[in-house]
Design a protein. Structure first.
Length: 358
């Protein structure tokens, strides 16, 4: 069967061995699979990604010298069942699932494993127990957004905003937009969104951000005082003496480049909760005493729980999320390498979806 393989730091369309389900697994036809920032990173920096995984305590499931089939944001159609399966869903059922498989070394990430190929392929093997049927005739491209949107669901649930929280989202790429979606669904407002790109700011606005900021012109932290969030320790002291009821700040860092943490320690209002979603994979320097003086709280988040994933799929199925803001391109396997190039400088793109049957 045909797949896009990462061989060295390049993508090729290649013939790969057929996907064969083992015990507890199904074989499925890939209908759609989104290209993720971590896929882009893996093409050029796979060895570094592996090292980061190992240093975090993950199992060694990836041999960078072998062909790798990426793709973990998928929607697929069940074709057939392997041995020792319950077969509770009929072949032909469209499904999504969290991108996990269970191998001899424990859980592995589909699309970041030599053993479990990802969905930039005509067919893939999935774990039966994790399959969720796509509800309400939701289009496969939209269902494939469950995975990246669930990242936003999780970030917001860790942030745990209350009725008086004011949210700031820094970076309006796919992750920042997913955070805005989750904040809106939770009724949080106002939402301030910051990004250098006018198209990204327009998308943030379309999803319901109340204020959009171009950081080249205005500091994302300029508006705190106008929402009753004391912007400095001095303002906080005065507000407390005056007996004012204050609001709290919750900040989502969705950029993931060096310098972001330090700029938040300098700019965030005292007592803010910073949720770090952007995955910076380089050494970064911070001056912790600033965060101490302001009593900032930092939470670092990864992925989502199975419940958050299922809840996000349900919301998509109920039409609570507009997938069109995210879907900016559909490509075949042959066009996938070019789509990766396009996303290296995203411009007008958010999510390009690969449709291997094209
Ligand atoms: Zn991803």
């Amino acid at each position: 069967m045909k797949a896009v393989v990462r061989r060295g730091p390049r993508l090729h369309v290649a013939d790969v061995p057929e996907a064969v389900p083992q015990a507890g697994q199904v074989v499925a036809k890939t209908l759609a699979c989104g290209i993720c920032g971590s896929d882009l990173h893996a093409v050029h920096h796979l060895e570094h990604s592996i090292e980061m995984g190992l240093r975090s305590g993950a199992a060694n499931t990836l041999d960078p010298a072998r062909d790798l089939v990426l793709g973990h944001e998928f929607c697929a159609e069940i074709l057939d069942y392997g041995p020792e399966t319950d077969k509770r869903l009929k072949p032909g059922t469209q499904v999504v699932s969290t991108p996990f498989a269970f191998g001899p070394l424990g859980p592995e990430l589909i699309g970041f494993s030599t053993r479990y190929r990802g969905a930039f392929a005509e067919r893939l093997v999935l774990t039966e127990a994790l399959l969720l049927p796509v509800p309400n005739g939701l289009a496969p491209e939209a269902a494939a957004l469950t995975e990246p949107l669930a990242v936003g669901t999780h970030a917001v649930s860790v942030g745990d905003p209350g009725p008086r929280s004011v949210a700031l989202v820094i970076g309006c790429g796919p992750i920042g937009l997913a955070v805005i979606v989750a904040l809106k669904r939770r009724g949080v407002g106002p939402i301030i969104a910051a990004d250098f790109s006018p198209t990204r700011r327009a998308r943030a606005e379309r999803l319901g951000a109340d204020i959009v900021v171009d950081p080249a012109e205005t500091s994302p932290h300029a508006a705190w005082s106008s929402f009753d969030v004391p912007a400095t320790l001095a303002e906080m002291g005065l507000a407390q003496m005056a007996g004012r009821t204050l609001r709290d700040a919750i900040i989502f860092e969705c950029v993931g480049v060096p310098g972001m943490l330090q700029s938040l320690m300098e700019g965030a209002p005292p007592g803010a909760h910073v949720v770090v979603v952007g995955a910076c994979a380089e050494d970064d320097t911070i001056l912790p005493v600033l965060a101490i003086n302001k009593q900032l709280r930092f939470s670092f988040v990864f992925a989502y729980s199975p419940d958050e994933f299922a809840e996000t799929l349900h919301a998509l199925g109920e039409g609570e999320i507009d997938p069109e803001v995210f879907l900016t391109g559909k490509v075949s396997l042959d066009e996938t390498a070019a789509a990766f190039e396009r996303l290296a400088s995203p411009g007008n793109d958010v999510k390009i979806v690969v449709q291997p049957w094209r």
